[in-house]
Structures are given as structure tokens and as C-alpha cells.
Design a binder for this molecule. Sequence first.
Ligand code: FRU
Length: 467
Amino acid sequence: MKEHYLLNQIVRSLLAGQLKAAADPHRPRWHLAAPVGLLNDPNGFIEHDGRYHLFYQWNPLGCEHSNKGWGHVTSTDLLHWQHEPVALLPTEAYESHGCYSGSAVSDEQGRLTLVYTGNVKYPDGSRTAFQCLARADGEGGFDKLGPVLDLPQGYSGHVRDPKVWHDGQQWLMVLGARTLDDKGEVLLYRGDALDAWTLVGPIAGSGHGGLGDFGYMWECPDLFPLGERHLLICCPQGIASVGEYYRNLYQCGWLAGQFDGEQFEHGAFHELDRGFEFYAPQTTQDSQGRRLLFGWLGLPEENEMSQPTIPYGWIHQMSCPRELFWQDDWLCQRPVAELAALKGEQTRFEGTLREFPGLAIDSAWLDLALCGEGSLWFGAVAELVWQPGRITLRRQNWQSGVWEDRSTPWLGGKITVLCDSSSLECFVDQGRQSLSARYFPGEKPQLSSGNGDDGCKICLDHWPLAA
Ligand code: FRU
């Protein structure tokens, strides 16, 4: 499609839609969301020349999964984001059905370079994919350099989401893939340059590394060192739920192991977030050496088209910025330290659940020390339930009205809940588990006491958050 045509449509969409989106009571107060339209995966997360850059999958023209390009925002504190010119729009034949997800690197000359998937669909329902480059033009935009990789032999048209890094000697790339016989895999490529790649082979996937049958497609892989080990984060599709595990339509999880530049020996798959909406996260290492992560608080194809924000012309938001750390043999997450700067005046409540007077949670940070059994209500549509050894997040599904739950083991440690107008992110046991969810409680939701032992004592610290 012609670029000037798309740009004109985007200007119209922004002019007509921005005020309406901003007027939505469920619009995030401090999380990132697209000004209008649909946002999905975080892309190209990097600290470059002293600024954090975050790109995101964006349909600026509507709330459906089409017209995908890359929106672009920058920040110095991971909290206050400045809009930049739209980075990528699907204008070329090799990306006719979307500039799909990918990553950003500083190239050999220190230029910000995007590596993304050009997605192409054919009228017969088939598709192909190209991995493509675009380089910062020095004026806030990006020049497309075209495809540098097409499909490998033996794979379907579902090969996408390049995550690229330099290991000190060479470029490396992982790609999500679906084989011709419907097995999900992560492919590793090695590059002498950003436009010269050689396939090394699959490093993980269904049927590899003791995983057995593990899905027909793996999306959005990310491989990185953390302390002494390597982590592979990936999003397998096509896994049936087993008890309290894998209850969402698609999964997002991690494998820990050792990567030697060619092969990845790893242990079991663990979910990265045990809540309802969390998908396609991307990490980067910043100049302080932290491994930072943003995730999409959404899931493709699940509960999407009934979201109450659609009448306001926007849908979906990012997670809060999180820092990953490894502790007691487990991948843990905490909100980045910068978030403390949003905290207002602290209120502490200590007493029994019965005595809890209630607090505003449309934008709040909660630290909870809990014991016995009990629950707290978040507005009238979500409930956090604790019992020895277990934390459960319940919510009323906005589409079906049915109550549904997600739960996780609990060692009895502190729980932090970050609340925004339409999202909850719970960090259990100092971040050993997280449970994230969108919810639509209406205006001015209150935290209030739920069921529990009469003697159940809680200690609750509350801070309003203001961006
Ligand atoms: C994950 C995903 C990616 C793809 C992008 C398209 O949510 O399906 O695999 O690149 O979204 O928007």
C-alpha cells in the first residue's frame, strides 16, 4: 500500500479518535497503550544513546489484527514516554500483510537498526515470511533495507519474530517457527553481518530437549544470559491445559539452561505469568546491566473483540516495566525500581480483614502481608484469594459474565499488586510468580474485604500512583 495513503489514514484516525480514547474511564493512568487502535507485542526494546526505545505492534486504523506496523516511543525513565514518528508501515510487497514483531540492535556503526518480519498472505490462505532490516534515518524515521532472510527448507510460512543480539564475535538470531508437519520450534541463525545469516538449526521446540509434544507453533523467542545461565522465553501455541497449568489459549514461558553458541541444553518449561493476559514479552539489557522486560497484557484471539474499550476506539496495553532476576533456582520478576517515583502518600492498614475500611485502587501500588485464609475484592469484578500455599486471582469474564480463576503456589511471602484503571499485576513471594489480568471495574474502584477467617490479620501498605 502507498505510504502517503496510509499516513493520511493514520492522521485521520488520530484526529478523530484520540480524545475519545483518552475519555475512556478504563484508559491506563500510567501503563503504555496505543493512542488509538490496537496494540499488541512489545518490539525493538533497547537502550540506545542514553534513551530507552520501545516499539509496539500497532494497528492505528482499528481494533482488529490488521494493518500492523511499528509504533515507537522513547523514555529516559521507563515511565514517561514520548511519542516518536511511526517507525514501520506495511507499504512493500515483502510485508504486504504486516510489519510483524522483531527486535532492535545498535549496528557496527552504532546506528539503531530494526530486524522485523515481513508477513505476506496469499488469496488461497497460504503465507510466507521474510526477515527484514530498517535503519534509523537520523530524523526520527527508519529507512527500509528490505529482506535479508526468506523461509528455511522444511518450514511453513509461520517463521517470524527475530530477536537479534551480538555475542562479542558474531550476530545471533532466534526465530519462532512452525515446521511443515506442525511442530513449534525456535530456530538459531548466525550472522557475519546483519544481512548475512546462516541457519544453525532448531535449539528448542516440540519434540526437542525432553519436552515431548509441545505445540504446533512457538512465537516470540528471546534468548539471553542471566547470571550463570541462559533463559529462553517463548510462546508456544497448541498446548492443552493440565490441571492448573496452561489455562490460557496460548502460553508464555521460560526454559533455563546453558547455551554454547550452537545448542541449548535446558530443563522444564515454566509459565512466566500465571494470570489471564500476558503474552509475547521482550527483554533487553540496559546500561546498568539489568535484564528488563515488557509484556503484552493481552492474548491473540481470546476475549478480544468484546473488550469494553473498543467503543472508545482502542484496545490492549503493555505490562509495567519489569526487571528479571534469578533466585533459588527460579526466574523471578519485580517492577523496575523507577516505578517507586510514581508513589504518592503511603497509607498503612494493620488489623483483621473485617476492620479493613477500603481504599481507592484506580491507580495504586499495594504491598500485602497476609495470613490464614481470606480474600480482597478489586471493585466488584475481581478477587484475590489466599489460603495456605495458594494464591488465586478470580475475575468475572467481561464477555461471558462467568467467574474464572488462575492460581499459583504461594510460599507465604509478600504480595505486591500494581493496579491501573483496567489492569492488575500481582507479584507473589517477592516476584517468584506473577499473575496479570485485564479487568473492567468501572470508575473509581475500591479495594474491600472479602471472605475470610474472622481473626484473619492483614498488613496492607497502599500508595496512589500518579504518572
Ligand atoms: C504474537 C504475534 C507474533 C507476530 C505478531 C503480529 O502476538 O502473533 O508472532 O509477529 O503477533 O502482530
